[in-house]
Design a protein around this ligand. Sequence first.
Ligand code: NAD
Length: 361
Amino acid sequence: MEYRIVCIPGDGIGPEIVAEAVKVLQKVGEVFGHSFAFEDILMGGCSLDVHGVPLTDEALAKAQAADAVLLGAVGGNVGTSRWYQVAPNLRPEAALLRIRKEMGLFANIRPASLYPELASACPLKAEAAERGFDLVMMRELTGGVYFGEHSTSEENGERVAKDVMTYSETEIRRIAVKAFEIARKRRGKVTSVDKANVLDTSRLWRKVVEDVAKDYPDVTLEHMLVDNCAMQLVRDPAQFDVILTENMFGDILSDEASMVTGSIGMLPSASLGAGKSGLYEPIHGSAPDIAGKGIANPLATILSAAMLLRYSLDLDAEADAVERAVKEMLAEGFRTADIAAGAVPVGTEEMGRLVRERIRR
Ligand code: NAD
């Protein structure tokens, strides 16, 4: 069987890091006997230059038809790039919102794990850093207050602003199912995060999540209030396996979880919808300050490709092989400049080669 993967190299360091992830997937294909067909589409500033829009309908249709989509990053220097002298709906980042919406991606998954070899980059207290952690943040992506009604009006002689937060049972159920499915592939624990002491949406969230949990007796469910979770993430992140939460809480908590790892160039992400396909991308941006220098860290994109293997193609052993190769290479002391901390850094292509060489059954 041939897997069809659409690649979106994008802007800045995007083409450099996606090239390395593609070579890693090709190596996985050789070692495990799979065939991948890759097709590139333009998105972001590069598409704006050629087509006058950041994503064409034709490119979008290709992404929608693929088994999975691998994205580098889009966007340029917001202060100086010509890509920002256009209407907001034509900016490079508008394409990101469009592709997520049109692909129906409602679940954003961000693993945050601390590699023992990079513990010195972790801003936590030594005990917490030494213990390490390996958690997944699952954020609802298309509902909640960000997508509710927004208004500002005059009431009783002053300005009043409103943002409405809405969640339906269907929206909660479909992401809860994803969280339990993923917990099953990991250590079997879901922490559902809400503000059920104050919000009706949270009280419904809790009820629906408890209902879904009945179908997963092998997974442990706990509830945690969002303010406590923010604190626990810096006190003892090792207690978490899968954190399940709504859009705005997830927006804030996923950034917090990323920062406690201390290395932005290492963190992958996946956005999933109802089917098997998904969009896989590093959490960092297009890093225009280092684009074209051959020094960008490709590991977040390579680890995103590992998530693609696991979640869209159900190739778990292959995903494990990529993640193991990354760990081995770090344990041997190889680092790109962003995580070098005194070591002699290797470049983007070299880092990709070092990972490929360590991929085996
Ligand atoms: P950024 O993540 O691109 O860069 C922040 C800092 O981290 C920079 O110093 C950069 O050099 C460094 N960095 C990021 N990734 C790295 C890597 N792989 N290896 C080594 N160093 C790395 O964030 P920014 O500077 O705020 O944004 C730059 C552009 O990226 C903007 O146009 C922004 O809108 C866009 N952006 C795109 C996405 C996306 O495509 N999903 C996400 C975030 C930002």
